[in-house]
Design a protein around this ligand. Structure first.
Ligand code: MF3
Ligand code: CO
Length: 281
């Protein structure tokens, strides 16, 4: 058995197996992105993901997780994460965050994106989505160069600070959510270690080949504080400000990193940040 705080180090073969799960998640999220148009319900998006995962012969990992009732988490506007899909109709200008997980042969993939439905009604919503994505890629890049896990939170916070200094969000601070964090992933969806999205004194474990980590910053246009709604799942911002969430599952390999939930392993986004990936194939 895996101890409570033991990191599960994967062989390259196991990472290859995880990649199969990761690519199913990538396919599901691509299909969901195309379906996230004004007039669609969040339940429609869940159905799309359910079909892609089933057609791939994979298993959705969220469904039934601690009683969770759906395949996706779909979080709209002030919802940060863990929104339950249903009859809610998406409208032009909504900020929607979609999180998906799948299992293949016992190995997990976990990924999320945010987007603005149709045309943005406030350009700052687009900036929120873009800054959160940039924060995620900076966190991922830090796995290649960082030495210690705390490099991820430092990189995320740096990107967020620089975005605000450059005038994003009207120059107002973004909130970096602290109650929910990234995590180790592998033969279970959530494993040690926790991956903080902010600077911390504890430098965390040394980054080593075989670690697989879900990097998932959550930003808000206001407060970093959150509440859980009566449904016991939906996490909203305490001040009603809009939020975004991006996530990828990343492997640290002997020669570098590989993003398991991105079709190109993250090559393009990471090249722009001076990091080359260690191709699995
Ligand atoms: N995918 C989420 C995460 O990134 C967890 C979803 S919880 C569930 O860690 F209950 F919806 F499955
Ligand atoms: Co996750």
């Amino acid at each position: 058995m895996l101890g409570r705080d033991r990191i599960e180090y994967k062989t390259v073969e196991q990472v290859r197996a995880m990649r199969r799960a990761g690519l199913v998640v990538a396919d599901a999220l691509d299909a969901v992105r195309a379906a996230a148009v004004p007039g669609a319900t969040t339940g429609d998006l869940d159905e799309v993901a359910r079909e892609v995962i089933a057609a791939a012969g994979a298993t959705p990992s969220f469904l039934g997780y601690h009683g969770y009732p759906a395949v996706l988490c779909v979080s709209v506007n002030d919802e940060v994460v863990h929104g339950i899909p249903g009859s809610r109709v998406l409208a032009q200008g909504d900020v929607v965050s979609v999180d998906c997980g799948a299992v293949v042969d016992g190995w997990h993939g976990d990924s999320a994106f945010s987007t603005v439905v149709g045309e943005a009604t406030d350009p700052a919503d687009l900036e929120l989505v873009e800054t959160t994505e940039a924060a995620m890629w900076a966190g991922i890049a830090a796995l290649a160069t960082g030495g210690r896990l705390s490099a991820v939170g430092e990189a995320v916070e740096e990107v967020v600070d620089l975005a605000v200094a450059a005038g994003k969000n009207g120059g107002e601070r973004y909130g970096i959510v602290e109650e929910y964090v990234g995590h180790g992933i592998g033969s279970a969806m959530h494993q040690p270690p926790e991956v903080l999205n902010y600077r911390a004194r504890d430098r965390g474990p040394r980054l080593k080949a075989g670690m697989c980590l879900a990097i998932e910053p959550m930003l808000t246009r206001g407060s970093r504080h959150t509440q859980v709604l009566e449904d016991d799942w939906t996490v909203v911002t305490s001040d009603g400000s809009r939020a975004a969430h991006w996530e990828h599952t990343v492997a640290i390999l002997p020669e570098g990193i590989w993003v398991l939930t991105a079709r190109d392993g993250g090559a393009e986004a990471l090249a722009a940040r001076g990091v080359s990936v260690d191709a699995l194939d």
